[in-house]
Design a protein around this ligand. Sequence first.
Ligand SMILES: O=c1ccn([C@@H]2O[C@H](COP(=O)(O)OP(=O)(O)O[C@H]3O[C@H](CO)[C@@H](O)[C@H](O)[C@H]3O)[C@@H](O)[C@H]2O)c(=O)[nH]1
Ligand SMILES: [Mn+2]
Length: 616
Amino acid sequence: MSTRDSLPLQERVPLNNTLQRASDLLILFLLISLLYCRLISLHFRGFVWLLSFICESWFTFVWILDTNAKWNPVTYKTYPHNLLKRLDELPAVDIFVTTADPKLEPPIITVNTVLSLLAVEYPVEKLACYVSDDAASAATFYSLVQASKFAKLWVPFCKKYDVRVRAPSVYFSTQCPPSVPSALPSDFRNDWNHVKDEYEKLCQRIENACKEKHDGVPKTDEFADFSDVERGNHPSIVKIIWENNKDANAMEDGFPHLIYVSREKRPRHSHHFKAGAMNVLTRVSGVMTNAPLILNVDCDMFANNPEVFLHGMCLLFGFPHEVHSGYVQTPQQFYGGLKDDPFGNQLVVLQHKLGLGIAGLQGPFYGGTGCFHRRKIIYGSPPNLPHAHRYDVLSYKDSKQVFGDCRELLDSAAHIRSANMKTSGKLIDLSAKIEAAKQVASCTYEFNTSWGKEIGWLYGAVVEDLITGLKIQSMGWESKCMTLDPAPFLGIAPTGGPASLTQHKRWATGLLEFLLGPYNPLLATIYKSLSFRQCLTYLLINVWPLRSLFELCYTLLPACSFLTNTSFFPKDFNGVLRVWFVHTCMVEQPEDAEDLCTDCMVVWFHWRGVKDNGVI
Ligand SMILES: O=c1ccn([C@@H]2O[C@H](COP(=O)(O)OP(=O)(O)O[C@H]3O[C@H](CO)[C@@H](O)[C@H](O)[C@H]3O)[C@@H](O)[C@H]2O)c(=O)[nH]1
Ligand SMILES: [Mn+2]
């Protein structure tokens, strides 16, 4: 999409944080003073003093990382109305939704996410929604089939009445129809009641299907693929639930393609969790629709702002050079959390304080959900094609080693790598692609290829999102943060203590794997194109699990001091000054430091006296 000679799509707005900077610097000065004071009296203090010194050094280090991350906060305004004049230029987007367990992630949640995405404001013929089901669950497939039937009512209803929240569960959570603005046609109330009834029937059917033994799932041919399927041992299942262009009226009134994918699983083959699922989705969509852009969301994150795609395009294409916007990440925001967020699940500091600051550097980390990617970056392209791209010069044989042995995928990848934003424009016959899709979804497809190492979502850490984002930024790409009101996507955060604890433990493990593994941000700065300040922001989150050690140790210090009858704080500020004066005046430390005068003024006189006596 060309941006030359066109109206602006975005505007960078730096936020004024002078006061914040002043207070951060003051705190930093105090921290360094404290460390200095500790250091110069280290040799005549005990173990507790040494521990305090180590902990405070750590806190100062983290404070520096933190201040660096928050130093240049910016937001971006987007102007989607300037895009509307160029609707036919908009690129196609493949949407990926991942789900892994119908018990933990009930299909009705996935269905709401999918419905909200099918109803977004974007040319429908340019969208395809792929749902990856790692549980190969008949109930999930059945729910999606039912949802596609309901979508025939839901999507036109949303567009006709300009519904703002397009996840039906949230929209219908109000008991009675919202007040009818006079501008709306008079049949709104009837339509509302009808659509709500149908949604309730949909919920009922899904609930029946999810009961033990899937009583509600019919035994027809459509579901035959799921009979006798073992969750961790089954062939690839790829099913087209809804093909947009099959219906003659589809273009005006229809909704995007909807495709179900359950990759092959075998007990002895590692499936690499979400990263593995994302790579299968990338390949399956590559052979089917091959859109130049990819949006991925977790199954519990619905599109809360119907214009989210248009805003996303503004940030992807609103810059003079593509290097400024490799991917566009939305902050993870959640609904229905606990009051006052006692477990910190809303990630407020990370999203709203650090997030804005990081947006002013090389750009936000990739957060695993609510992110628009350029497909060519997922295929390993650095910025500034065609000059520097290594895969462009690959022979057919070499590119087979990178992408695997599937002719359709190699052709589609070559099209993407040629930096072509346009899809062919021809109607695609999706059913003709099923065999190739199943082939690239098999569990042996990746053997001896670069998937998970050089291209696609990377393997090797639980936080596949962070290492994949780091790899992209290491190639020199910047990313952009999209904050909108209303929020672009809303998800479900764990509500209780144990669930939060499990999530935090997983993140902590992943962050340490990340720090200690080959994707270390320091290495990326030294050997690749990750900027130094961006590297510090990665380190800030990398060291998050280690912070608990120092914090725990520090909280134990008072008890330790009590038991050993020592003090781990300088007695008072005068004490600090005293040590400081004595040290700066290069007076020899007296045997018993406690004998020194404790009053600041006295220290002053003491210093004057020393000076007058010609010591300095
Ligand atoms: O084998 C798996 C495991 C997970 N998932 C999906 O991955 C997503 C995230 O998994 P979840 O268990 O919900 O992890 P969270 O900790 O909630 O996820 C956050 O942290 C992850 C790891 O950093 C990111 O990938 C996510 O996008 C981010 O929302 C969900 O849609 C799952 O269905 C799979 O598809 N296959
Ligand atoms: Mn989740």
